[in-house]
Design a protein around this ligand. Structure first.
Ligand code: ADP
Ligand code: MG
Length: 220
């Protein structure tokens, strides 16, 4: 992970979390939100095209859309939401103290960040280039398949979809990321969740951001 460069006035800290499906991206993002109240998360999964959208790539032999490629996502809408949240957090986030050389909203509740998570979020240059911290949570094909079998998808995976589409698409897009960016932090999705969380907290602390002492919803 490169040295953190100072955030300029009116810029929130931006984290991009990508990786293998089921590797723990949403789990990590939600945990960060608990400890940095006021932060915002953008879930790529909220930007899937409708099933009947003609822009979908259809996999004929499976009679199933390819839900694991960029054309399955309303990328323009995702980018516009990203800019909107970034601007809103930038306007609201710097009324407080100057902390460790970085502007940030002070106070015991921590500072707001923008977190973007999903299997392809860092393959979108407008988002990736704006991230201060980039994470890739990785699972092997077998580990991923074992976790995916426990999940229910809408629409449900058809037989052969995982082998023919999910993992090959993942390999294609992750190779693209690997070529484009040298500042991605790779983390094994089988590591202890608390260890993963602490590693990310440590990186965030490098930007002068400290978490709220109590997770959201904790009363004692
Ligand atoms: N570090 C971890 N170790 C073991 N299981 C995990 C870990 N992180 C997440 N999980 C579990 O894996 C499943 C998928 O997690 P999720 O965060 O939804 O993955 P993603 O958003 O990457 O698809 C969930 O059942 C979650 O509880
Ligand atoms: Mg998820």
């Amino acid at each position: 992970m490169p040295d953190p460069s100072p955030l300029s006035w009116r810029e929130p800290l931006i984290l991009g979390i990508t990786g293998t499906t089921n590797a723990g991206k949403t789990t990590l993002a939600n945990k960060l939100l608990e400890r940095f109240p006021g932060s915002r998360i953008i879930h790529q999964d909220d930007f899937f095209r409708a099933k009947d959208d003609p822009a979908h790539e259809h996999v004929e032999n499976l009679d199933h859309h390819n839900w694991d490629c960029l054309s399955a996502i309303k990328v323009d809408e995702l980018i516009q939401t990203f800019y909107k949240y970034r601007d809103e957090l930038g306007k609201s986030g710097h009324e407080g103290q100057y902390l460790n050389g970085h502007t940030a909203q002070g106070g015991a509740r921590g500072q707001p960040m923008l977190i973007v998570e999903g299997i392809l979020v860092l393959n979108i240059p407008e988002i990736s280039d704006a991230c201060n911290l980039k994470y890739f949570l990785h699972l092997t094909e077998e580990e991923c398949k074992a976790r995916r079998l426990l999940r229910n998808y809408d629409p449900p995976d058809v037989p052969g979809y995982y082998e023919q589409v999910v993992y090959p698409m993942h390999e294609y897009y992750s190779a693209q990321l690997h070529r484009r960016y040298k500042d991605i932090c790779y983390i094994e999705g089988t590591d202890d969740p608390e260890k993963i969380f602490q590693k990310v907290l440590c990186d965030i602390a490098g930007y002068g951001y400290s978490p709220s002492t109590k997770p959201l919803g904790t009363t004692s």
